[in-house]
Ligand binder design. Structure first.
Ligand SMILES: O=C([O-])CC(=O)C(=O)O
Ligand SMILES: [Mg+2]
Length: 389
């Protein structure tokens, strides 16, 4: 039986909205949608793997077309297969993509590779006729847990958005079954942010917890000022206070903020993750790591990141990835992560869950679908199908 990648397609799609965090607005945000087309047939249909990058970085059409897709298509097809020769080996495809790439300077390259890698894993699980989370658990010799914690991310700054709209948004998440919600900070003066936080806490009461996200906006002085303000409240976490690569700042904040902190969505390699763990003062008993495979060289690399964490005494259950996509839901269910982000009202149709899956008590239960499960999310699959089927 032949197993061969016959095409890698990319289209850049808008995921724009008028929202803003403390650093960027999303009026021109895009994503790359990728299809890895194989010559394998399952259930009478050609297997196509799909992937896309999460919000925050832009579409990667240039890099994908000029370097990464062509390296896969030019590789000897046999060199991309697993030992049994009946499926693709994602690490070998990854190796082909990274031919002639120097180490370090991870930049946007990691987003292009991560997007294709998602599609490769989708194809591999479909060829194996298994949900990706079950395939992953088997490969790692662990037990899958289809029940995954999810939290609702939103609370953006938005033209004309007042406190009652912010409260209404958060109430909407609670009504949909979430018990942790997240809002942005750092895009307004500190006293205004305090008022916003108090309004949300009043709205959610004891039904839920609140996380706040500064998107890397603060210098040390402002990060500390916010830490002192935030520690008055029982927050779920204080996220990305300073520049993502300023490990000394992150470490210094721990002195002023005894509660949980979270960061890592803008670290794009296992080497960067290792530096955070070595130098960022993160505390394995309470802090959270948000590395997002779709931005950081994909699941092949994410497994190396999990190895780094293990070496340093961190449990995968301290990871709650950024990005709100089904890929990380599968990793969470398969490899025991602490949960996954979700954007109930944003970046659609790329985020979210298969149709008919609802959040109960802050958790979803993964259905048994082949691959990542995109086909069961009709609005998303419509776009995917238009690209490749
Ligand atoms: O606003 C963004 O860039 C997204 C983000 O930080 C998050 O989801 O944590
Ligand atoms: Mg964030």
């Amino acid at each position: 039986m032949s197993v061969r990648i016959v095409d890698v397609r990319e289209i850049t799609k808008p995921i724009s909205s008028p929202i803003r965090n403390a650093y960027i607005d999303f009026t021109r945000m895009t994503t790359s949608l990728v299809a890895v087309v194989t010559d394998v047939v399952r259930d009478g249909r050609r297997v196509v793997g799909y992937g896309f990058n999460s919000n925050g970085r832009y579409g990667q059409g240039g890099l994908i077309r000029e370097r990464f897709a062509s390296r896969i298509l030019e590789a000897d097809p046999k060199s991309l297969l697993d030992a049994a020769g009946d499926n693709l080996d994602p690490d070998k495809v990854w190796g082909a993509m990274m031919t002639n790439e120097k180490p370090g300077g991870h930049g946007e390259r990691s987003v292009a590779v991560g997007t294709i890698d998602m599609a490769v894993w989708d194809a591999v699980a479909k060829i194996a006729c298994k949900p990706l989370f079950r395939l992953l658990a088997e490969r790692h010799g662990v037990t899958a847990d289809p029940r995954v914690f999810v939290y609702a991310a939103g609370g953006y700054y938005y033209p004309g958005k007042d406190l009652s709209m912010l409260r209404g948004e958060m109430r909407g998440y609670l009504d949909r079954g979430y018990n942790v919600v997240k809002m942005k900070i750092g895009g307004a003066p500190i006293e205004e942010d305090r008022t916003r936080i108090e309004a949300v806490l009043k709205e959610i009461g004891k039904d839920a917890q609140l996380a706040v996200d500064a998107n890397g906006r603060f210098n040390l002085e402002t990060g500390i000022a916010y830490a002192k303000m935030l520690r008055d409240y029982p927050l779920f976490w204080y996220e990305e206070a300073g520049d993502p690569l300023d490990y000394a700042l992150q470490a210094a904040l721990a002195e002023f903020y005894p509660g949980a902190m979270a960061t890592g969505e803008n670290l794009f390699s296992h080497q960067d993750a290792r530096n955070l763990i070595r130098y960022g003062g993160m505390r394995p008993d309470r802090d959270w790591l948000q590395f997002d495979c779709a931005l950081s060289y994909g699941l092949c690399e994410y497994q190396r990141t999990l190895d780094v964490l293990k070496t340093h005494g961190w449990s995968p259950s301290r990871c709650i990835p950024h990005g709100g996509h089904q890929m990380s839901l599968n990793i969470a269910a398969g490899l025991g992560l602490g949960g996954n982000e979700s954007y109930p009202d944003l970046f659609q149709p790329y985020g979210g869950f298969p149709d008919g899956i609802s959040v109960e008590n802050g958790h979803i239960t993964m259905p048994d679908l082949p691959g990542i499960g995109f086909e069961a999310k009709s609005d998303l699959y419509k776009e995917m199908k238009a690209l490749a089927e």
